[in-house]
Design a protein around this ligand. Structure first.
Ligand SMILES: Cc1cc2nc3c(=O)[nH]c(=O)nc-3n(C[C@H](O)[C@H](O)[C@H](O)COP(=O)(O)O)c2cc1C
Length: 215
């Protein structure tokens, strides 16, 4: 099993609830799957560039403009996405570790998505829709927020962004472990909330193991 771990959290693990969920998830996953291959991409160590005009031309113009072949400059502008896409396409599972920032994902993760969830990188696209170039079966989201957010909370722009952006690439199996209520001034039960999310993350590692060994 190949697992790609994208980490979009700049804090050290001892200060980051989301990263602590990742520690629990990957500990359980490795215990249950001694052969698991994990590729860690820390976006703060290997940051994606903002998508610029050359990269947009290289990724998207071939879809909409007959005969457009990306130039060398356009390919260079998309090099980060192409390189990350090659790792992505070899993965069975993708794990995103992220805090909630301004009710969505940090900009660094959004930039990674803008590069990697592109035509000819992780899917092909024509007027009939998209066809995956990857074999990703599951997407796991490990997230932390200060607020307590109920299901379908209208303040949550993070889950819809992830859900719809990855669905375009053909990935619809999304599972989430969420440490919410981490604002300790307001929520005295922040620590127990984190523990519940940690249990959920470890449970997800068990589920991934069962589902992928059955497929
Ligand atoms: C720039 C920034 C924006 C934030 N925006 C939100 C927000 O919109 N909603 C929320 O609940 N928490 C917000 N927070 C708080 C973090 O989501 C919260 O502290 C979370 O536990 C951080 O996760 P981490 O400990 O894994 O880094 C924000 C924090 C920062 C630094």
């Amino acid at each position: 099993m190949n697992v790609l771990h994208i980490c979009a959290d700049p804090k050290p693990t001892e200060e980051s609830a989301a990263k602590q969920l990742a520690v629990g998830f990957f500990r359980t996953l490795a215990e249950r799957n001694p052969d698991v291959e994990i590729t860690n991409v820390d976006l703060y160590e290997n940051p994606p560039p903002f998508l610029d005009y050359q990269a947009i031309r290289g990724f998207w113009f071939p879809v909409f403009i007959d005969g457009h072949k990306p130039t060398d400059d356009e390919q260079l502008a998309g090099a980060y996405g192409i390189e990350q896409g090659e790792i992505f396409n070899q993965s069975d599972v993708v794990v995103l570790t992220t805090p909630m920032w301004n009710y969505s994902v940090p900009g660094i993760l959004k930039s990674w998505m803008d590069q990697v969830l592109s035509p000819s990188v992780t899917f092909n696209m024509d007027k009939n829709g998209t066809t995956p170039l990857h074999k990703v079966k599951k997407l796991i989201l490990l997230v932390s927020s200060d607020d307590v957010l109920s299901q379908d909370d209208e303040r949550d722009a993070l889950t819809p962004v992830i859900t719809h952006a990855f669905a375009l690439a053909g990935i619809r199996d999304l599972s989430i472990a969420w440490a919410d209520g981490q604002y300790t001034f307001r929520y005295t039960d922040a620590e127990s909330r984190k523990q519940v999310a940690l249990d959920a993350a470890e449970e997800l590692a068990e589920e991934v193991t069962e589902e992928l060994s059955a497929s």
